[in-house]
Ligand binder design. Structure first.
Ligand code: TRP
Length: 481
């Protein structure tokens, strides 16, 4: 699958995009962030951003990919050129590449936890365990840099192999099974949560909206999560859009992705919170939430070892189909720009992210606190990467919305969207005004709250972005047509 290739089946974009969207973001990140941020208020901001901001930007991002038929960096350069506008728009691509590194580096470590639990389930280690035992088991996992590194390495190699060898065929067929199966097992877990846990407390927690529960940092986390869960704002969807057949409806596809993705997150959230409240666990316990509560349910469920084992294998499948979408945009760029082979490009990306991932590994043990890293940035590397993700993805989405809304011409957009003028007008209003205003609103409120240590990190990002943009200005033949 190189540039200008187009997927053979019309449905492949939807499948690939759902594969990218549904992942650890739904199963692990959504419940843990909602639990830390008071539940309902978080859910409200998250859901509103998905529908008012996420869907329009999803359409915009796919459109940029399909209109350019190139990897995000080269594609934005191409579009800026053909629309006689500033090459600085290429920074959308550069920011996306940077986010891809950051996200994949911690994503792979977390996916590694699922490898550990697959093993624990299938060997029956946790059968009959109580809440304390599962919690202690999780703490022991986090305390071991060796184990975490081992799993991180395994996962990133697997992702690299899929993208590098181009086994998309296999992934395509696999996803058709993995996604529905995952959903069914989630429903089984939910049914168990309803009968054995406290479902009422879970619905109260997730659907009682008291906006005062949400701190300013929580606003940023909710918005960041809605971009994260849709894989939005960093070029992954653009890269996939570049391979999308010209005939498929962007609007319908985008709505389908958002609805499926939200449904998975809601089922996962309800299942996990039923178990949390049923077992008297703490909803705000952080990143371990899913890995402590679900093994507990499987430990008590009849046939739980097997069901749990299958569940974690499916989680790995969902995580894998997401991680390949994080590798794809950068790999496609390296192939296009430096004429590397696909395996070479993937190798470079994987080795670099693997190394960066070690910072997340030590965030849970050696450098959990009082490290040099804390002194510099005021938090662990993992927390810093998550924070940067919450900033970079909406920022990328904002720029994508502005470009699609203000730079692309009316006829181009109509050609891509193939809708009537009412839908077009609604979409354009959302990307021109609503999405940028919403992102700016949350940024203006939340970012000043972030402590001063972070200024160097954000400064570095801006400098890299400016440098990249400047480079494109300088190296390109500046002959405006
Ligand atoms: N959306 C994925 C999830 O929810 C994560 C992911 C995959 C992603 N590709 C991405 C996030 C690109 C941001 C950008 O697990």
């Amino acid at each position: 699958m190189s540039t200008h290739n187009i997927w053979i089946h019309k449905g492949t974009f939807l499948l690939a995009a759902v594969g990218s969207a549904v992942g650890l973001g739904n199963l692990w990140r959504f419940p843990y962030l909602a639990g830390e941020n008071g539940g309902g208020a978080f859910f409200l901001v998250y859901a509103l951003t998905i529908f008012a901001v996420g869907i329009p930007i999803l359409i915009a991002e796919t459109m940029l990919g399909r209109a350019s038929r190139r990897s995000p960096i080269m594609g934005m350069r191409f579009l800026a050129h053909t629309h006689h506008t500033a090459r600085a728009w290429t920074s959308i691509g550069w920011l996306g590449g940077l986010s891809a590194f950051l996200i994949l580096s911690f994503y792979s470590v977390i996916a590694g936890w699922a490898i550990h639990y697959t093993w624990q389930m299938l060997t029956g280690t946790l059968a009959g365990a109580d809440a304390e035992t599962t919690a202690a088991g999780f703490d022991a996992l986090l305390a071991s840099p060796t184990l975490l590194t081992l799993y991180h390495t395994l996962f990133i190699i697997a992702s690299g192999l899929v993208v590098g060898l181009g086994v998309h065929q296999g992934i395509e067929r696999g996803l058709r099974v993995i996604m529905p199966a995952l959903f069914v097992i989630l429903l089984v877990v939910l049914a168990y949560g309803v009968t054995h846990g406290d479902f009422t407390a879970a619905t109260d927690f997730l659907f009682t909206f008291n906006i005062a529960d949400l701190s300013l940092a929580g606003w940023l986390e909710a918005m960041g999560q809605s971009f994260f869960t849709l894989s939005l704002g960093m070029g992954a969807i653009m890269a996939y859009g570049a391979y999308m057949s010209g005939e498929v409806s962007l609007t319908r596809t985008a709505i389908a992705i958002a609805v499926i993705d939200t449904a998975v997150a809601m089922v996962a959230g309800l299942a996990i919170f039923s178990l949390v409240f049923g077992a008297g666990l703490d909803a705000g316990q952080g990143p371990g939430l899913m890995f402590v509560t679900l093994p507990l349910a499987f430990a008590e469920m009849p046939g739980g070892s097997l069901i749990g084992g299958v569940f974690f294998v499916l989680v790995l499948g969902a995580a894998l189909s997401s991680s390949i979408s994080l590798i794809e945009p950068v790999a496609a760029y390296l192939v296009e720009r430096f004429d590397l082979t696909r395996p070479q490009a993937v190798f470079i990306m994987v080795v670099a992210t693997w190394a960066l991932g070690l910072l997340t590994v030590v965030s849970f043990n050696l450098w959990a606190e009082n490290s040099l890293f804390h002194e510099l940035f005021g938090r662990s590397a993992f927390a810093l990467f998550e924070l940067l993700t919450n900033i970079l993805m909406p920022l990328g989405g904002l720029l994508i919305a502005l470009f699609a809304g203000w730079v692309l011409t009316h006829s181009e957009v109509m050609k891509e969207m193939r809708t009537n003028t009412t839908w077009f007008a609604l979409w354009r209003f959302l990307v021109r005004f609503v999405a940028p205003a919403a992102v700016a609103f949350v940024f203006l409120r939340a970012i000043p709250q972030i402590d001063g240590y972070l200024i160097p990190a954000i400064g570095a990002v801006v400098i890299v972005g400016a440098f990249a943009a400047g480079r494109t200005f300088l190296t390109d033949d500046n002959q405006a047509p």
